[in-house]
Design a binder for this molecule. Sequence first.
Ligand SMILES: Nc1nc2c(ncn2[C@@H]2O[C@H](COP(=O)(O)OP(=O)(O)O)[C@@H](O)[C@H]2O)c(=O)[nH]1
Ligand SMILES: [Mg+2]
Length: 102
Amino acid sequence: MDGFDSYDRPGESQSEPVLKIVILGEPGVGKSSLIQRFLEDRFSCDSIQTSGVEFHRKRLTFPGHVDVSLHIWDTGGSGTLASPMLRSYLHEAHVRSRVCAT
Ligand SMILES: Nc1nc2c(ncn2[C@@H]2O[C@H](COP(=O)(O)OP(=O)(O)O)[C@@H](O)[C@H]2O)c(=O)[nH]1
Ligand SMILES: [Mg+2]
């Protein structure tokens, strides 16, 4: 897959494409719950507020037996954006998604 990085981690193919995703939005809008639903297909009412940034990983297989490793960064409060680490990750992310409450 052009445009994706390959992932160099034990147990995963070095040629496996990596899709980097950062989830942004105000605290309490449901970012972590959305990610939990996607990763584990479950919802818990007693979720703990994210402090800083949490990293998740999920492997998906697309048609044609193409494995893609999703790297999902779940961000906490607005102060998180001041983190140099997140800023550099935001810069290289393939997807930046903002969650809003309606
Ligand atoms: N009723 C309802 N509550 C939700 C939903 N999504 C998240 N919540 C609740 O809203 C609160 C904040 O959710 P959380 O995922 O921690 O938000 P985050 O701070 O953006 O990560 C938690 O108490 C969740 O249980 C939803 O779709 N429906
Ligand atoms: Mg959260």
